[in-house]
Write a protein that binds this ligand. Structure first.
Ligand code: SF4
Ligand code: SF4
Length: 158
Protein backbone atom coordinates (compact mmCIF):
# COMPACT_ATOMS: atom_id res chain seq x y z
CA UNK A 1 0.00 0.00 0.00
CA UNK A 2 2.68 2.48 0.84
CA UNK A 3 6.30 2.18 -0.28
CA UNK A 4 8.58 5.14 -0.82
CA UNK A 5 7.99 6.12 -4.46
CA UNK A 6 11.74 6.01 -5.05
CA UNK A 7 12.42 2.93 -2.90
CA UNK A 8 13.00 -0.67 -3.94
CA UNK A 9 9.46 -1.68 -3.03
CA UNK A 10 7.68 0.53 -5.53
CA UNK A 11 8.20 -1.70 -8.54
CA UNK A 12 7.14 -4.68 -6.42
CA UNK A 13 3.89 -3.03 -5.31
CA UNK A 14 3.10 -1.92 -8.85
CA UNK A 15 3.03 -5.57 -9.90
CA UNK A 16 0.92 -6.58 -6.91
CA UNK A 17 -1.89 -4.56 -5.33
CA UNK A 18 -2.97 -7.49 -3.15
CA UNK A 19 -3.23 -5.31 -0.04
CA UNK A 20 -5.58 -2.87 -1.82
CA UNK A 21 -7.73 -5.03 -4.09
CA UNK A 22 -9.56 -7.10 -1.47
CA UNK A 23 -7.27 -10.12 -1.55
CA UNK A 24 -5.48 -9.56 1.77
CA UNK A 25 -8.00 -7.28 3.47
CA UNK A 26 -11.68 -6.41 3.34
CA UNK A 27 -11.46 -3.08 5.17
CA UNK A 28 -8.93 -0.39 6.08
CA UNK A 29 -9.52 1.40 9.41
CA UNK A 30 -9.33 5.20 9.09
CA UNK A 31 -8.25 7.97 11.44
CA UNK A 32 -10.82 10.66 12.28
CA UNK A 33 -11.43 13.00 9.32
CA UNK A 34 -9.68 10.74 6.79
CA UNK A 35 -12.93 9.44 5.37
CA UNK A 36 -14.27 12.98 5.03
CA UNK A 37 -11.06 14.10 3.34
CA UNK A 38 -11.05 11.23 0.85
CA UNK A 39 -14.76 11.62 0.09
CA UNK A 40 -16.08 9.84 -2.98
CA UNK A 41 -12.59 8.86 -4.08
CA UNK A 42 -13.00 5.81 -1.84
CA UNK A 43 -15.94 3.71 -0.67
CA UNK A 44 -16.69 3.84 3.04
CA UNK A 45 -18.44 1.25 5.17
CA UNK A 46 -21.81 2.48 6.43
CA UNK A 47 -21.30 0.19 9.39
CA UNK A 48 -18.06 1.55 10.84
CA UNK A 49 -16.73 4.23 8.46
CA UNK A 50 -13.72 2.18 7.40
CA UNK A 51 -12.49 2.13 3.82
CA UNK A 52 -13.92 -0.84 1.91
CA UNK A 53 -11.85 -3.00 -0.38
CA UNK A 54 -11.47 -3.57 -3.27
CA UNK A 55 -10.41 0.05 -2.91
CA UNK A 56 -12.10 2.41 -5.35
CA UNK A 57 -8.90 4.48 -5.51
CA UNK A 58 -6.92 1.57 -6.95
CA UNK A 59 -6.41 1.67 -10.70
CA UNK A 60 -4.09 -0.67 -12.59
CA UNK A 61 -2.41 -1.52 -9.27
CA UNK A 62 -1.70 2.14 -8.53
CA UNK A 63 -3.15 4.13 -5.66
CA UNK A 64 -5.08 7.04 -7.14
CA UNK A 65 -4.89 9.01 -3.88
CA UNK A 66 -1.25 8.23 -3.13
CA UNK A 67 -0.26 11.63 -1.72
CA UNK A 68 -3.42 11.71 0.35
CA UNK A 69 -3.70 8.06 1.31
CA UNK A 70 -4.80 7.00 4.81
CA UNK A 71 -2.23 6.63 7.56
CA UNK A 72 -2.74 2.86 7.77
CA UNK A 73 -1.90 2.62 4.07
CA UNK A 74 1.23 4.69 4.63
CA UNK A 75 2.40 2.44 7.44
CA UNK A 76 1.54 -0.95 6.00
CA UNK A 77 4.30 -3.27 4.87
CA UNK A 78 3.66 -6.88 3.96
CA UNK A 79 6.49 -9.17 4.95
CA UNK A 80 7.77 -9.47 1.37
CA UNK A 81 8.07 -5.70 1.05
CA UNK A 82 9.58 -5.32 4.49
CA UNK A 83 12.19 -7.99 3.84
CA UNK A 84 12.98 -6.50 0.44
CA UNK A 85 13.54 -3.08 1.98
CA UNK A 86 15.79 -4.58 4.66
CA UNK A 87 17.81 -6.53 2.11
CA UNK A 88 16.59 -9.86 3.49
CA UNK A 89 14.98 -10.76 0.16
CA UNK A 90 16.35 -9.95 -3.27
CA UNK A 91 14.09 -8.17 -5.76
CA UNK A 92 13.80 -11.42 -7.72
CA UNK A 93 12.76 -13.35 -4.62
CA UNK A 94 10.17 -10.75 -3.63
CA UNK A 95 8.74 -10.62 -7.16
CA UNK A 96 8.64 -14.40 -7.24
CA UNK A 97 6.60 -14.49 -4.05
CA UNK A 98 4.10 -11.91 -5.29
CA UNK A 99 3.97 -13.63 -8.67
CA UNK A 100 3.16 -16.91 -6.95
CA UNK A 101 0.27 -15.32 -5.06
CA UNK A 102 -1.12 -13.78 -8.25
CA UNK A 103 -0.77 -17.07 -10.14
CA UNK A 104 -2.52 -18.98 -7.35
CA UNK A 105 -5.35 -16.45 -7.27
CA UNK A 106 -5.74 -16.80 -11.04
CA UNK A 107 -5.74 -20.59 -10.71
CA UNK A 108 -8.51 -20.41 -8.10
CA UNK A 109 -10.61 -18.15 -10.34
CA UNK A 110 -10.18 -20.57 -13.23
CA UNK A 111 -11.29 -23.51 -11.12
CA UNK A 112 -14.25 -21.50 -9.85
CA UNK A 113 -15.15 -20.42 -13.40
CA UNK A 114 -14.88 -16.63 -12.91
CA UNK A 115 -12.88 -13.95 -14.71
CA UNK A 116 -13.00 -11.66 -11.67
CA UNK A 117 -10.33 -13.15 -9.42
CA UNK A 118 -11.20 -11.17 -6.29
CA UNK A 119 -14.86 -12.09 -6.66
CA UNK A 120 -13.89 -15.75 -7.03
CA UNK A 121 -11.75 -15.53 -3.90
CA UNK A 122 -14.53 -13.86 -1.90
CA UNK A 123 -16.98 -16.52 -3.00
CA UNK A 124 -14.55 -19.34 -2.22
CA UNK A 125 -14.00 -17.94 1.29
CA UNK A 126 -17.73 -17.74 1.88
CA UNK A 127 -18.20 -21.28 0.61
CA UNK A 128 -15.42 -22.70 2.75
CA UNK A 129 -16.89 -20.97 5.82
CA UNK A 130 -20.21 -22.67 5.02
CA UNK A 131 -18.50 -26.02 4.47
CA UNK A 132 -19.46 -26.02 0.80
CA UNK A 133 -16.10 -25.81 -0.95
CA UNK A 134 -14.49 -29.06 -2.02
CA UNK A 135 -12.27 -30.73 -4.59
CA UNK A 136 -10.03 -28.69 -6.89
CA UNK A 137 -11.45 -25.36 -5.70
CA UNK A 138 -10.68 -26.16 -2.07
CA UNK A 139 -7.15 -27.24 -2.98
CA UNK A 140 -6.64 -24.04 -5.00
CA UNK A 141 -7.89 -21.89 -2.10
CA UNK A 142 -5.58 -23.66 0.36
CA UNK A 143 -2.60 -23.14 -1.94
CA UNK A 144 -3.40 -19.44 -2.31
CA UNK A 145 -4.04 -19.02 1.41
CA UNK A 146 -0.59 -20.38 2.29
CA UNK A 147 1.10 -17.76 0.09
CA UNK A 148 -1.16 -14.97 1.36
CA UNK A 149 -0.46 -15.96 4.94
CA UNK A 150 3.21 -15.30 4.35
CA UNK A 151 2.58 -12.01 2.55
CA UNK A 152 0.26 -10.77 5.26
CA UNK A 153 2.67 -11.44 8.11
CA UNK A 154 3.99 -8.06 9.08
CA UNK A 155 6.01 -6.67 11.95
CA UNK A 156 4.91 -3.13 11.09
CA UNK A 157 1.67 -1.95 12.73
CA UNK A 158 -0.99 -1.54 10.10
S1 SF4 B 1 0.93 -6.87 -0.60
FE1 SF4 B 1 3.03 -6.13 -0.24
S2 SF4 B 1 4.03 -6.12 -2.25
FE2 SF4 B 1 1.81 -6.23 -2.59
S3 SF4 B 1 1.18 -4.07 -2.89
FE3 SF4 B 1 0.91 -4.59 -0.70
S4 SF4 B 1 2.81 -3.96 0.33
FE4 SF4 B 1 3.22 -4.04 -1.89
S1 SF4 C 1 -6.18 4.37 -0.46
FE1 SF4 C 1 -4.54 3.73 -1.89
S2 SF4 C 1 -3.06 2.62 -0.60
FE2 SF4 C 1 -5.00 2.74 0.55
S3 SF4 C 1 -6.15 0.83 0.07
FE3 SF4 C 1 -6.79 2.42 -1.41
S4 SF4 C 1 -5.46 2.14 -3.20
FE4 SF4 C 1 -4.50 1.09 -1.46
Amino acid sequence: MSPDPFGPGMSLCLTCGLCCDGTLFRKVPLEPKEGERLGARVRLSEEDGSLCQPCRALSARRCGVYDDRPSVCRRFRCLALEQLEKGQLTEDEAHELVGEALARRRALAEVMGFDDEVHALTLARAQVAAGLLEGAALTALERLSRTLFFLNLTTTPG
